[in-house]
Design a protein around this ligand. Structure first.
Ligand code: UGA
Length: 430
C-alpha cells in the first residue's frame, strides 16, 4: 500500500463494489477497495477481473496504473478514509427478509477504528430502516450514516454509474450529504437529496416498478398469443405515451437476476411485517411465475412430440445478455423444468459457467441443434442473431425455433426453412 490516505474506502468487491471503486478512481478519487476474500484481492491487484462486466477491466487497469485504486483485506486501511461506502451482500432469507450479518460485522469492525467525523454510506440494497440499524451497530455519535442506493444494471454497470439518471442521497445532516455528493464530482447527473428512509424506499420502488412493468408486458404478449395482435406494435403504441415510456417493454421468458426476484420479495416482506398489503407487488411476482409456466407450456405445445421423447436445444442460460450471472435466471428454471418433464436438454451460452447449468452444455450454438426437435432462445445474446440458420436447420430433426427474446430475424428464419415462433407475434407469412 502506498501511504497517501484514501479519499474513500469501498467495502465489498462484488459487482456493485468493484464498479463503484473503479468508477470513483476514474473520477479522480483516491480509492481503497476492501474485501475479506484474500484470493480475490490478490487477483484484483494483478488486474484480473472476476466477473464479466463491460469496460471493467480497462478501468481496473487504469486505476491500478495511476495508483488511484488500491486493494486491501484490512479494515484498518478502510478506516483511513473519511468516507466509507458499504457494498456488502445482503442475501435473502427463506421468509423474504434479508440477512444483514455482513453489514453488522462490518459495522462492528469499523466502529472501533473510523476517523472522527467519518461518513458511512450504504450502497447495498437493504430493508427499509437499515440506516438506523447501522447507526446503532456503529455506536458512534460522531459518525454519520447515509443511504446512497445503487441503480446499476449488470452488463451496463459502468455506464449506469458514470451517466446516471439520478444519484439519490438520503442523509439526516447536510454536511454528510455533501460529503457523499462530493464523491460524484465529475458526473453530469441530477442529485436528489432526501432523508435516509425515502432513499431506501426509492431503491425498492424502482426495482419493483420495473418488475411490475415487465410482468405486465409479458401478460400482454400472452394476450396477443391468444387473441392475435402483434406485441411489438402494442408496445410501440403503449411506450409512445410519455407517461409510460418505451424502456423495459420487451417481453421475455420472465424476469430474473439477483435483484428483481430478491427485491420484490424483500418489499413484500417489509410490508407484511408492517401489517400492510401491497397487492401490486405480490401480483408482479405471481404474474412472473405464471409467465414462466406459460413459456414451458408453450415449449410443450410447439414441439412436435411428447416432451419425454423430445430433444430440446437451448441458446442462453444467463438471466440476460452481457453478464455471466445465472443467479435466478429464468433460463435455468425453464431448463430444469424441461428436464423434470423428461425432455433431453442441451444448452449453449457464451458466458455462463457450465457448472451452474442444470443441463448438458455445448461449446457452440450448432452442437445443441443436432437432432433437436426444437431450438429455444432464452437469453438475448447478440451473437445468436448472426448464427448460420441454414446450418442450424440442416442439423435439426424438426426445424422449429421458439425465440422468447426476439433476437432471430423472421425473414432469415423463413429463408432457412425454419418455423419461427416468438411470443405475442403472429406467425410470419413471408
Ligand atoms: C436491476 C435494475 O435494472 C438496476 O437498476 C438495479 O440497480 C439492479 O437491478 C440492482 O438492484 O442491483 P439487473 O438485475 O442487472 O438490474 O437487470 P435488468 O437489466 O434490470 O434486467 C432484469 C430482468 O428483466 C432480466 O431478466 C431481463 O432479461 C429482464 N428484462 C429487462 C426483460 O425481460 N425485458 C426488458 O425490456 C428489460
Amino acid at each position: 500500500m502506498n501511504h497517501q490516505p484514501p479519499d474513500v474506502a469501498v467495502i465489498g468487491t462484488g459487482y456493485v463494489g468493484l464498479t463503484t471503486a473503479v468508477c470513483l478512481a476514474h473520477l479522480g478519487r483516491n480509492v481503497v477497495a476492501v474485501d475479506i476474500d484474500e484470493d480475490k484481492i490478490g487477483r484484483l491487484r494483478l488486474g484480473e477481473v472476476p466477473i464479466l462486466e463491460q469496460g471493467l477491466d480497462e478501468l481496473l487497469t487504469e486505476g491500478l496504473q495511476n495508483g488511484r485504486l488500491r486493494f486491501s483485506t484490512s479494515y484498518q486501511h478502510a478506516a483511513e478514509a473519511p468516507t466509507v461506502v458499504l457494498c456488502l451482500p445482503t442475501p435473502s432469507q427463506s421468509d423474504g427478509g434479508l440477512d444483514l450479518s455482513y453489514l453488522e460485522q462490518a459495522a462492528t469492525k469499523l466502529s472501533q477504528i473510523l476517523q472522527t467525523g467519518a461518513v458511512v454510506a450504504i450502497k447495498s440494497t437493504v430493508p427499509i430502516g437499515t440506516n438506523q440499524k447501522l447507526s446503532k451497530w456503529l455506536a458512534r455519535e460522531d459518525v454519520q450514516v447515509v443511504s446512497n442506493p445503487e441503480f446499476l444494471r449488470e452488463g451496463t454497470a459502468l455506464s449506469d454509474f458514470l451517466y446516471p439518471d439520478r444519484i439519490v442521497i438520503g442523509a439526516q445532516q447536510a454536511s454528510a450529504a455533501t460529503q457523499i455528493a462530493d464523491l460524484y464530482v465529475g458526473i453530469d447527473g441530477p442529485i436528489q437529496l432526501t432523508d435516509p428512509t425515502s432513499a431506501e424506499v426509492i431503491k425498492y420502488a424502482s426495482n419493483t416498478f420495473l418488475a411490475a412493468k415487465l410482468s405486465f408486458v409479458n401478460e400482454l404478449s400472452r394476450l396477443c398469443d391468444h387473441l392475435g395482435g402483434n406485441i411489438e406494435a402494442v408496445t410501440e403504441g403503449l411506450g409512445s405515451d410519455h407517461r409510460i415510456g418505451s424502456a423495459f417493454l420487451t417481453p421475455g421468458p420472465g424476469w430474473g437476476g439477483s435483484c428483481f426476484p430478491k427485491d420484490t420479495l424483500g418489499l413484500a416482506h417489509v410490508a407484511r411485517m408492517a401489517g400492510l398489503k401491497l397487492p401490486v407487488v405480490e401480483a408482479a411476482r405471481t404474474s412472473n411465475e405464471i409467465h414462466q409456466q406459460y413459456v414451458i407450456a408453450e415449449i410443450g405445445r410447439i414441439v412436435q412430440r411428447p416432451l419425454e421423447q423430445a430433444r430440446v436445444g437451448v441458446w442462453g442460460a444467463t438471466f440476460k445478455a452481457g453478464t455471466d450471472d445465472t443467479r435466478d435466471s429464468p433460463a435455468l428454471e425453464i431448463m430444469a423444468e424441461l428436464n423434470r418433464l423428461g425432455a433431453s436438454v442441451t444448452v449453449y451460452d457464451p458466458a455462463a459457467r457450465p457448472a451452474e447449468i442444470p443441463a448438458e452444455t455445448a461449446g457452440d450454438p450448432y452442437t445443441v441443434c443436432m437432432g433437436a426437435d426444437l431450438l429455444v432462445v432464452l437469453t438475448e445474446w447478440p451473437e445468436f442473431a448472426t448464427v448460420d440458420l441454414a446450418k442450424v436447420a440442416g442439423t435439426m430433426r424438426e426445424p422449429l425455433l421458439y425465440d422468447t427474446r426476439y433476437v432471430i430475424d423472421n425473414a432469415k428464419a423463413a429463408k432457412a426453412g425454419i418455423a419461427l415462433v416468438q411470443p405475442g407475434r403472429m406467425p410470419s407469412t413471408s
